[in-house]
Ligand binder design. Structure first.
Ligand SMILES: [Zn+2]
Length: 652
């Protein structure tokens, strides 16, 4: 009975293991990480050993390996702190000095334990201690005090097709939550916590320092992580939990396994309330959703749930299937909002506040946004340091599409006290303040300041793609994004790959648009400069009446340097409505009609498709200014919304 039961249990255990083993890899799996970490909950620190096997698929011999040591960003003199002091925090919310001494990572020992040719396992079986070969480098700014990247020179190169295994012993001191890592009370979000190898990309190592306004870039692979934490703590992490054992000393060790991901984050808190849910994708695979809540935020639990399930469904429908079997949604502890709004593979942190009004859809916006990153960063793993618009921006566009579909085009951000705001408009409002400061293609750390980085990377990219809907149609833009996902998932595509994909799906060369909108800083603003309707009969005088002949002239002015074809709608008092097109190239264009009717109104971009148009208030002219009061109220409202929109956009 007992042995039978054990056999049965063994089979039950083996079935999922076999199915995992038989599943074809989704990515190239360049890296294999095995990490054993012991967390000291009192000191908010950990000691760990990491074994990393790197497969050299670069086609070149490699004898030098760079590693990210992100937690050193919070040390005096770091580039992160320097940028924070100089330009103000975008994601930190505080000045540089405050970050000093708050967190670090110390590599105690660095060994190479195997240097193989890919055929025999280890050609170099004796461990080599290379601790004294480690050196800090600062490839972006040469800052000698920055210790966020270190490099190791190997005694011999790793041949193309070969592999190398490193064993790294390290100690982490977590900061109090900052830049989306660290602790708050008993809560811990462990992000960017282990030495992570750089990416060989476009013929060179790509391993940037940790900047204030930049995120991350890493290779796909597998992770097996054992975490020893206090026994009463509730844990969550990237991937699938495979084991949990009590150690009999007040601690437990939990094990997680993740495949085809490029990062690994985890969290613990004794106060978590766990909510389990599931979603079945259109391909029939089941996604186990685990939401880790705090008691004072339970009012947002259903809101996270609806946004998570809704996002899974809409992404499935619009872009493709979520292929992982788990998704963990973390609600940061009160006071730990700096840990909120962050994405890691199969693991996101949301954010809310006690009593957040239902009509302010911040909890939904953050959840959707971070889930979207599972696609734009998680699977289509673009370089977040250099091409931030490809993750944050495309994600902001899909945020608008998904949230508008779920919560209404005009109400997806805000709907309370009769005031409404849709996510598309929110993106546009976020873009306006920095519209012409930096091109979307700038390196994340090269933007003039944090505001410009936020405005351009998130808001402008979304607005550029929403405006593109007016040129090639919404269906084509959505199809292009779907193709982008299907074609480039589990790879590291470039900006050119994206524009090429859209051109291909659109069936036209959109270089004229990319050059201005993406690579340039030209501002788009067309306006109705003047509109007159004069009786064509010079002797008519007061006798002019309805039905008389009028000479109507409308001048449309291109105020900015951005050139776009524009469409004009003109209405006359006999009910006639005329539509005119202009290529928008000259500085201005004069339209002229002689009709037996007087001009009522003229509006450029009357279909409201040029969301990039910086000032939409100058787009129209009315003979009777009967809506001036409304406009005035609208503009006050716009200022309030502008402030709100920016706040919302930058939280995520
Ligand atoms: Zn984001």
């Amino acid at each position: 009975m007992r042995s039978l039961r054990l056999t049965f249990l063994a089979i039950l255990v083996l079935i999922p293991l076999l199915s995992i083993a038989q599943q074809a890899p989704l990515s190239q799996r360049i890296v294999v990480y095995n990490i054993d970490a012991k967390y000291d909950a009192k000191a908010h620190s950990l000691d760990a050993t990491e074994t990393l096997t790197y497969r050299n698929l670069t086609g070149k011999p490699l004898d030098r390996f760079p590693f990210h040591l992100y937690l050193n960003a919070f040390q005096p003199g770091s580039t992160f702190n320097e940028e924070s002091s100089r330009r103000g925090g975008f994601r930190t919310g505080m000045g540089g000095e405050d970050n000093n001494g708050r967190g670090f990572i110390d590599v105690k020992q660095f060994e190479v334990i195997g240097m193989g040719d890919g055929k025999s396992k280890f050609n170099f079986p004796t461990p080599q201690n290379l601790t004294d070969k480690m050196k800090f480098v600062a490839p972006d700014d040469g800052n000698p005090k920055d210790r966020t990247v270190m490099e190791v020179q190997l005694p011999q190169p790793i041949a193309p097709g070969g592999e190398v295994t490193f064993r790294i012993t390290f100690h982490d001191q977590f900061p109090e939550v900052i830049a989306r890592t660290g602790y708050k009370g008993d809560f811990l979000l462990a992000g960017q916590w282990f030495p992570k190898v750089g990416v060989w990309w476009r013929g060179a190592w790509n391993c940037h320092q940790f900047h204030l306004n930049s995120e991350f870039f890493a290779d796909f692979g597998t992770f097996d992580v054992n975490l020893t934490v206090p026994e009463n703590y509730i844990d969550g992490a990237t991937g699938v939990k495979t084991a949990e054992k009590k150690n009999g000393n007040g601690t437990k060790t939990v094990s997680y396994h993740a495949e085809d991901v490029h990062d690994f984050a985890w969290t613990v808190d004794p106060h978590y309330i766990v909510i389990n849910d599931s979603y079945t994708t259109s391909a029939g695979n089941k996604v186990a959703i685990r939401t880790l809540m705090h008691s004072d935020h339970m009012g947002s639990a259903d809101r996270y749930r609806d946004a998570t399930l809704g996002s899974l469904k809409k992404f499935d429908e619009f872009y493709g299937v979520y292929p992982y079997s788990t998704l963990t949604v973390v609600d940061p502890a009160s006071g730990g909002l700096q840990a909120g709004g962050m994405e890691y593979p199969t693991f996101i942190t949301a954010g809310t506040a006690f009593g957040l009004p239902k009509g302010l859809r911040e909890a939904e916006n953050v959840t959707e946004h971070e889930f979207g990153h599972q696609y734009w960063y998680g699977m289509v793993a673009t370089n977040e340091f250099e091409d931030a618009w490809l993750d944050e921006g495309i994600n902001s566009y899909t945020e608008a599409k998904v949230l508008n579909a779920l919560y209404g085009t005009d109400t997806s951000t805000l709907s309370m006290f009769g005031a409404t705001l849709g996510n598309s408009e929110q993106q546009r409002i976020a873009y306006i303040p920095a519209a012409d400061l930096d091109p979307m293609t700038a390196n994340a750390w090269d933007y003039v300041n944090g505001n410009s980085y936020g405005s351009i990377t998130y808001g402008k990219t979304a607005t550029v793609l929403l405006t593109l809907e007016g040129i090639i149609g919404e269906a084509k833009v959505q199809q292009a994004i779907r193709t982008w996902f299907q074609r480039y998932k589990f790879t590291h595509p470039t900006e050119e790959d994206f524009m090429k994909t859209v051109n291909e799906v659109a069936g036209q060369d959109l270089s004229w648009y990319w050059d201005q909108a993406v690579k340039g800083t030209a501002m788009l603003d067309y306006r109705v400069m003047s509109a007159t309707s004069i009786n064509a009969d010079p002797n008519a005088g007061f006798k002019a009446k309805k039905g008389a002949s009028y000479d109507t002239v409308v001048v449309v002015h291109r105020r900015g340097d951005f050139v776009m074809p524009v469409h004009l709608e003109v209405k006359f008092d006999n009910g006639d409505v005329l539509h005119e097109n202009w290529d928008g190239k000259d500085r201005w264009h004069r339209f002229r009609w002689t009709k037996n009717a007087k001009l009522v109104s003229a509006e450029v971009d009357y279909t409201h498709q040029l969301l990039l148009d910086k000032d939409s208030f100058n787009n129209s002219y009315r003979a009777e200014p009967n809506d001036s009061a409304t406009r005035k109220i609208t503009s006050y409202w716009m200022i309030a919304i502008q402030w709100l929109g920016q706040m919302l956009a930058w939280l995520t």
